[in-house]
Design a protein around this ligand. Structure first.
Ligand code: COA
Length: 120
């Protein structure tokens, strides 16, 4: 994804400046496709989850409607990280998962439940 027009790259560094993870966001209209790569030795330490949180916060601030990722169905770590952020997973073909985090819909639901709360 690096180098595509409209894509941005974010790095995660240790305190000594060593890069241990890279995240890319490629915007297409109000949709943002994300990709995250954590260096092998640093995987499983919540760095991917933390990066995804930042990307989702950024996407919300930019009025993005959906954050998506396409991964191998066996990629449990990415699927769990996206699901923790409330994404839905759909299977594509036999071995791919299409992960969608709908930000616009969450906001509508949140404001509807706010309204319901105010009526009671
Ligand atoms: C996928 C990836 C970005 C996740 O980042 P990470 O820092 O390793 O993952 P985290 O520590 O944040 O864990 C995320 C979730 O996956 C789980 N997990 C982590 N490693 C796992 C593993 N090897 N097997 C199964 N589950 C795993 C965690 O328990 C956590 O789930 P939970 O929140 O339900 O407890 C990272 O493993 C990676 O770079 N993989 C190679 C590249 C890749 O596949 N990128 C995704 C395609 S965009």
């Amino acid at each position: 994804m690096l180098g595509h027009k409209g894509s941005r790259t974010y790095l995660a560094e240790t305190q000594t400046g060593a890069v241990v993870a890279v995240a890319t966001v490629r915007k297409s209209g109000r949709c943002a496709e994300v990709g995250i790569l954590v260096e092998d030795r640093w995987q499983g330490r919540r760095i991917g989850t933390a990066l995804l949180d930042r990307l989702v916060t950024l996407a919300r601030s930019e009025d993005t409607a959906a954050v998506v990722a396409i991964v191998q169905e066996a990629n449990t770590a990415m699927i769990r990280a996206m699901r923790r952020a409330s994404a839905e997973a759909d299977q594509i073909g036999t071995d791919l998962a299409y992960l969608t985090l709908q930000l616009a819909r969450s906001r509508v639901l949140e404001s509807r439940s706010d309204d319901a709360g105010r009526r009671h």
